[in-house]
Design a protein around this ligand. Structure first.
Ligand code: AMP
Ligand code: MG
Length: 330
């Protein structure tokens, strides 16, 4: 058991990185800054050093540690295989606050992963962390550098409060940038699952992934490029209408509205309704649609457009109008 005065704890800046790397190689513990929070590091491949992390933190043995590397190339030291999607995510978010859970290899001791066959991997975006990891020449297992259950440390002095007398060195990199822990994303299932939300948001992940399950268990499907931005939208409210009857009902609810559609659609409306024609053929409708919307938005306060979703020849038009109406169909 360690008492407060077992080890002399020093706080030092970047000039102590070499010393930190030496301690890690010899199986000791070093606290260091990352962009999320401060980590309590040990050589991930040294079971005794990893055990000392659990002891220093009072961390339950069933809570796996994240292993930190300085480059994507080095990740191979700890994992069995790297799926293409991991490379895509790293290309976009590494170094950064994203931890990927991947199948571990046999070289990585089970104590590091709390007995499970997967490992959380992260490449932190902090110059001191990256240099320390590079110089140590190994993967660094590092949970947050607080006593288990306490608030995560975002300054060297916070680490000191919890770790004084327990570890020899705290590298000081000032206050951390992100301030909360990394996003943990499990890539070992069919659809990637967010196990812990963090610095990289779901929206950011769907820039790379087609589908992701959020930490509440909901499947989030990525929109195709550009879909998430407002497009083709008039300056006044605009909805789609499946039939002349529903268009008319909607029209009656609003002041100064207009119904837009093909001649055949418009013909089915009562004669006193304000209407605008797109023409009839697909080519005609496509030619007219944008100029017509620009003219109508200046004159009217509510636009109701014929919905083309069920007609194959009008698919390109429907594709634009879906965004115009925000896919609201009456
Ligand atoms: P901390 O070290 O306090 O930042 O916590 C690390 C987080 O990552 C914990 O919530 C762990 O449960 C999670 N984690 C680490 N490795 C794995 C893994 N192999 N599988 C699932 N979750 C993991
Ligand atoms: Mg923690």
């Amino acid at each position: 058991m360690s008492s407060r005065n077992d080890v002399k704890t020093i706080i030092g800046g970047a000039e102590f990185i070499d010393e930190g790397a030496r301690i890690l190689k010899e199986g000791g513990l070093v606290a260091f800054p990352t962009e999320t929070v401060y980590g309590l590091g040990a050589d991930a491949f040294n079971p005794q050093a990893v055990k000392d992390i659990f002891t220093a933190k009072g961390r339950p043995q069933d809570n796996p540690l994240i292993v930190h590397f300085a480059s994507v190339e080095d990740v191979k030291m700890a994992v069995k295989e790297i799926p293409p999607v991991a490379y895509k995510l790293w290309e976009r978010f590494s170094p950064g606050p994203l931890t990927l859970v991947l199948p571990k290899n046999d070289k990585l001791p089970l104590i590091t992963t709390a007995g499970i066959q997967t490992v959380g991997i992260r490449i932190p975006n902090h110059p001191i962390a990256l240099e320390l990891i590079k110089k140590s020449g190994t993967g660094i297992a590092a949970p947050s550098a607080n006593t288990s259950g306490r608030v995560s440390p975002t300054r060297a002095i916070d680490v000191y409060e919890d770790m004084v007398g327990k570890i020899p060195l705290i590298l000081d990199g000032g206050q951390t940038d992100v301030g909360i822990e990394s996003t943990v994303l499990d890539l070992t299932k069919d659809i990637p699952i967010v196990l812990r939300p963090g610095g990289v948001t779901i929206e950011m992940l769907t820039e790379v992934l087609d589908k992701v399950i959020n930490h509440k268990g909901e499947v989030i499907v990525a929109e195709s490029p550009g879909m998430k931005y407002k497009h083709y939208a008039p300056t006044c409210p605009c909805v789609g209408a499946r039939a002349p009857s529903s268009a008319f009902a909607e029209y009656c609810k609003h002041d100064n509205g207009v119904i837009v559609g093909r001649n055949s659609f418009i013909k089915a409306l009562p004669s006193d309704v304000t209407v605008a024609s797109l023409g009839e053929s697909p080519a005609e409708c496509m030619r007219n649609i944008f100029s017509l919307l620009r003219d109508l938005e200046k004159k009217y306060d509510y636009i109701i457009i014929e919905d083309f979703s069920s007609e194959a020849e009008y698919f390109a038009l429907y594709n634009r109008l879906k965004k115009t109406t925000g896919n609201v169909i009456v």
